[in-house]
Write a protein that binds this ligand. Structure first.
Ligand code: BG6
Length: 488
């Protein structure tokens, strides 16, 4: 049974409170935790944004977004009670002359409480906002700051942000969010690997043929085109979500669940990633960009049309990478990563494919065993094994899945990743947040790919929306005698 242990009363300030992330994820997540009794009634939540609005207008916006973006009931009486905790301050966090006194008033008397500043703003304003918080005496010793991804757009800008934020908040008070780490099924990766003795002996190059990590989306970039076009799939998804998944699959067992024990093991994986050179990048990376097509029976615009009429762009909406980890456990085992928008289905999964038996005893050769960890949707864990198909008429080998489906095994509502992460910040638990060296190591590797693409002029290949990426992504696998697992 899930247990809802209340956190201590806290003050939470959300910068960028009128933005999409705050409205779509943060406020609904806080509401859910409030409904389950985890947020004490003397906590205070302050929305901060540049838009001039009074408290009532902000409440109306939260209520409307709860219905429109999170599918909630705007007349829910618990929403009314929750909104009692929520105030609003009009403020530009980078402006020294802004109305900082109103924020001070909103937080008055809370100097000893846990105080959280959530920066749901573009990363370029992180450093200045932190400096303003310090200058106006708001960054108390018990306060902490939450930074949304992306932390910068390359190693140098990430370091600049980390240095600037670090000048105000010590590292143990900086919570860098990668919301994938808050997903139930991603947390389960650690449990699956380290609470079962079964997997460890087969979790290495001796038995594993390769690993596939897929984060496929059926949505396009929609209204986020301006941000996305400066980013692309490599920066938006690989640098953070996919590399975090890779770390959890490949890391050595940590000594404990302490944040630094886990984070230290993850960083070893990132540092062990084989370099990707400009001359070799086209052999191990594929870029793609979608054009119009049919996605799940609906006509979807192409990427350029989504950006706006007459726009051109070389930004990738799909990327596939063959990564290798240079250590004893994984030497020679490729980790194939792929992610893209407007693919045939929304599906995130990890496939650990084991080696074929060394000698084929039976006439009908079966498939190599696979462990499939379905992250979303249809969360579950499936072990594919070979069995004798029952019945007369020869001996036939058949692949069957030992399938643990979360939906069948558990009837709980899955909390959104942000529910867990937001309360972990209040609890002071950093395990599911990225340390600065982790973010920087991830950028170091991704920077090589960006430089390689720039140097070689590798352009995205066009794929039709509703297809699972460009043809070269299949060729990447084919060259190694392997194939992507089908998404359908
Ligand atoms: C975000 C990316 O971090 O993750 C988006 O910026 C992407 O482009 C999203 O759509 C995917 O998250 P989820 O939880 O829907 O898989």
């Amino acid at each position: 049974m899930a247990e809802f242990v209340p956190v201590p009363p806290f003050d939470l300030v959300v910068f960028g409170a009128s933005g999409d992330l705050a409205m779509r994820k943060l406020f609904p997540s806080l509401l859910h935790r409030y409904k389950d009794g985890q947020i004490p009634a003397d906590s205070r939540i302050v929305g901060v944004a540049r838009q001039t609005m009074d408290r009532a207008a902000f409440h109306a916006a939260v209520r409307d977004a709860y219905q429109r973006l999170a599918g909630g009931d705007p007349a829910d009486p618990e929403l009314d009670a929750f909104l009692e905790l929520v105030s609003y301050v009009t403020l530009d966090g980078t402006d020294p002359a802004a109305n900082w006194d109103s924020l001070k008033q909103a937080l008055a008397g809370g100097e000893d409480k846990v105080r959280v500043f959530y920066l749901s703003t573009p990363p370029r304003v992180y450093v200045e906002t932190c400096h303003q918080l310090a200058r106006h005496g708001l960054a108390t010793p018990t306060s902490r700051v939450v930074l949304e991804k992306p932390i910068g757009r390359d190693f140098a800008s990430a370091r600049e942000i980390n240095d600037g934020v670090g000048a105000v908040f010590s590292e143990d008070r900086v919570y860098r969010i990668d919301h994938y780490l808050g997903k139930e099924t991603v947390q389960n990766l650690l449990v699956l690997r380290f609470a079962n003795a079964l997997f460890e002996p087969v979790w290495s190059r001796a038995t594993v043929d390769h690993v596939q990590i897929t984060v496929a989306e059926s949505i396009g970039v929609g209204s986020r085109g301006d941000y996305y076009d400066k980013s692309g799939a490599l920066r938006d998804m690989v640098q953070n979500h996919l590399l975090q998944l890779l770390c959890l699959v490949a890391m050595e067992p940590p000594g404990s669940t302490e944040a630094d024990a886990i984070r230290t093991e993850k960083i070893k994986v990132l540092k062990g990633l084989a370099p990707i050179s400009a001359s070799g990048a086209d052999k191990v990376t594929v870029r793609g960009q979608y054009k119009a097509g049919l996605v799940q029976g609906e006509v979807a615009k192409g990427y350029l049309d989504e950006l706006g009429e007459g726009r051109t762009s070389d930004t990738e909406t799909y990327v596939a990478i063959k990564a290798e980890i240079q250590n004893w456990r994984w030497s020679g085992v490729p980790f194939y990563l792929r992610t893209g928008k407007r693919m045939s289905a929304r599906k995130s999964e990890i496939v650990v494919q084991f080696k074929s038996p060394p000698h084929h005893l039976f006439e009908t050769a079966g498939q190599p065993n696979r462990l499939i960890i379905r992250l979303q949707p249809d969360e579950g864990v499936e072990m594919q094994i070979e069995i004798k198909e029952p019945g007369p008429g020869g001996l036939r080998v058949k692949t069957v899945g030992l399938d643990l489906s979360y939906a069948t095994a558990f009837t709980l509502r899955y909390p959104d990743a942000y529910e867990r992460l937001l309360l972990d910040v209040v609890r002071g638990n950093l395990s599911l947040f990225m340390r600065r060296d982790e973010v920087e190591a991830a950028w170091s590797w991704v920077d090589q790919i960006i430089h390689a693409w720039d140097a070689s002029g590798q352009k995205p290949q066009i794929y039709q929306a509703g297809n699972d990426g460009p043809i070269d992504a299949d060729k990447l696998m084919d060259r190694d005698g392997r194939a992507w697992r089908l998404l359908g």
